[in-house]
Design a protein around this ligand. Sequence first.
Ligand SMILES: Cc1cc2nc3c(=O)[nH]c(=O)nc-3n(C[C@H](O)[C@H](O)[C@H](O)COP(=O)(O)OP(=O)(O)OC[C@H]3O[C@@H](n4cnc5c(N)ncnc54)[C@H](O)[C@@H]3O)c2cc1C
Length: 273
Amino acid sequence: MHGDFVVDTTGKNSKTIKLLEKYGFPAPRESRINSHLGYASRHYQIPEGKRDWKQLYIQMNPPHSFRGGVLQPIEENRWIATLIGANKDYPPGEDTAFLHFAKSLRNPMFYEAIRDAQPLSRIYCYRNTESRLRHFTQLKKLPGNLVCLGDSVCAFNPVYGQGMTVSALAVQELDNCLRKNFSQSTQLSKSFYKKLHRANFMPWLIASSEDNRIAANNKSFSSKVIHSFFDRVLHTATQKPSVHQAFLEVLHMTKPAHSLIYPKILFSLRKKK
Ligand SMILES: Cc1cc2nc3c(=O)[nH]c(=O)nc-3n(C[C@H](O)[C@H](O)[C@H](O)COP(=O)(O)OP(=O)(O)OC[C@H]3O[C@@H](n4cnc5c(N)ncnc54)[C@H](O)[C@@H]3O)c2cc1C
């Protein structure tokens, strides 16, 4: 704490908030959302044989099905097979139960692919998937020479694969702020948190509204609109490569979310049956 400038990159379990409170600074308000989602992953040797697909993604369909699965090819001719379960319907870490869970998915392809494949690892389970956003921008009193970034500010449910990109974007924002404002350190943390908030906003909206399908009993009008829009995007993405590409670009943050409402995408969206 005696440094000219301190950056907290200690992740989701950061102790900075407690430390700030100890020195008389208020704690930021937190938004939290927990869909009680867990996943279980295992490596398999990819069996011989012809397939007309390379990668599988069986989506959940809440409230009808809280189960999904992803089968991805990785190096050394292996699959990483991940089963996902939300609403506390967690996938198990035991051999036979893992296969049973796979068999219960909405589409049999995942189970049929792994049932005779040779497992190359044990099953790894993960359940700590609550998302949490700390609203530093709302704080009136902040130390000027201390900033938090990455998971210590915004930690996502890892299933959406956003955390590393968002953390890297935060580092870019900090770099910009340091180049402009380093001599006025009190201003620096405030202007950094404003920029960070903007960088976090869209990934948080996507992740939290998806988790809200499961976590929230009473859905707001805006979340119903977002859900209906993403239902159409995902449904069309399974059939139209251009929509699939556009969706992945937004998910991977190489394009802004509003690129999904460009006319060529918007007018091609189909209603989910
Ligand atoms: C299971 C899982 C899967 C994930 N999958 C993906 C994914 O596919 N794609 C994606 O983009 N993101 C994924 N994420 C999220 C991603 O890992 C994080 O968002 C990202 O690593 C956050 O970076 P960070 O630097 O803020 O924190 P971290 O990467 O957590 O780094 C914090 C570091 O600080 C260290 N530390 C903590 N306290 C102290 C201390 N007192 N002194 C010294 N060091 C300390 C920790 O040991 C750690 O090394 C996943 C996360 C998890 C948990």
